[in-house]
Write a protein that binds this ligand. Structure first.
Ligand code: PEP
Ligand code: MN
Length: 264
């Protein structure tokens, strides 16, 4: 069902208030790795509004390699995050880690993010297939392109067609970067599926100085949108500071991304 053989026309994910994620409509999503404080959310919103970015990212349920790392503010943090964004017409994308979180999150999210560690959590995908709310599925840490498409098939075949895919880098033998951003996946996915394809250069390479070139390359590869991490003070971020842009870098990236998209 997610194949172009089934449906030729590109899918449109409508978030309301004229925010539509689709081919031909370049979407930017930005924000911190983790939601930390009300002040952080307010400052990020002001930055996004100033740069006409309509979707804010931020996790409240964080999948951390170590159980001792910051694991997120949970549902209370999500309610604060969502309320602040609604005041400013900003949509949110935030990670859902397990089935039991779907219902409590429902009223406080615009896009459920399925993280790379949950791409093949088939129970979670089945349940998201029954929900009337957009879903973004990230590629698995060691997942193939076809496995990502089959994960999408779970949600789509369950009845939820408000779906987009995200290339976020895969684990390879390379150690010079956090992950290997697989830009090959972009034209291949665009050819194979009618779903919007988003690229996450932050997790894809994991090194702040290299986010910009990889994001721009992703645009030229055909991405329908870019999601990246930004924070007022990346060095103080609760998670993923090393791959997080400050607001000056973020504003410059937004300008370059839009200019690059115009060249396509
Ligand atoms: C994130 O978006 O902060 C995140 C944990 O992403 P991923 O699942 O791609 O690692
Ligand atoms: Mn992160």
């Amino acid at each position: 069902l997610v194949s172009r053989k089934w449906k030729v026309n590109p899918s449109v994910v409508d978030l309301g208030d004229s925010v539509e994620i689709k081919q031909g409509n370049f979407t930017l999503m930005a924000g911190p790795c983790s939601i930390e404080t009300e002040e952080q959310v307010e400052k990020t919103i002001a930055h996004l509004v100033a740069n006409n970015v309509r979707v804010m990212r931020g996790g409240v349920f964080k999948p951390r390699s170590s159980p001792y790392s910051f694991r997120g503010l949970g549902i209370d943090g999500l309610q604060m995050f969502y309320a602040k964004c609604q005041e400013h017409g900003i949509k949110i994308v935030t990670e859902v880690m397990q089935v039991s979180q779907i219902a409590p999150m429902y009223d406080y999210t615009d896009i459920y993010q399925v993280g790379a560690r949950n791409t093949q959590n088939f129970n979670l995908l089945d349940e998201l297939g029954k929900v009337d709310k957009p879903v973004m599925i990230k590629r698995g840490i060691s997942g193939t392109i076809d496995e990502l498409l089959y994960s999408a098939e779970y949600v789509f075949s369950g009845g939820n067609e408000k779906l987009m895919l995200c290339e976020r880098g895969i684990r390879t033998y390379e150690t010079a970067s956090r992950n290997t951003l697989d830009l090959n996946a972009v034209p291949i996915l665009k050819d194979k599926t009618h779903l919007p394809v988003i690229v996450d250069p932050s997790h894809g390479i994991g090194i702040r100085d290299y986010i910009e070139p990889m994001a721009l390359a992703a645009v030229m590869a055909g991405a329908d949108g870019i999601i990246y991490e930004t924070h007022e003070k990346p060095e103080e971020a609760a998670s993923d500071g090393a791959q997080t842009l400050n607001f000056t870098e973020s504003a410059r990236l937004v300008k370059k991304l839009r200019a690059t998209y115009e060249l396509r």
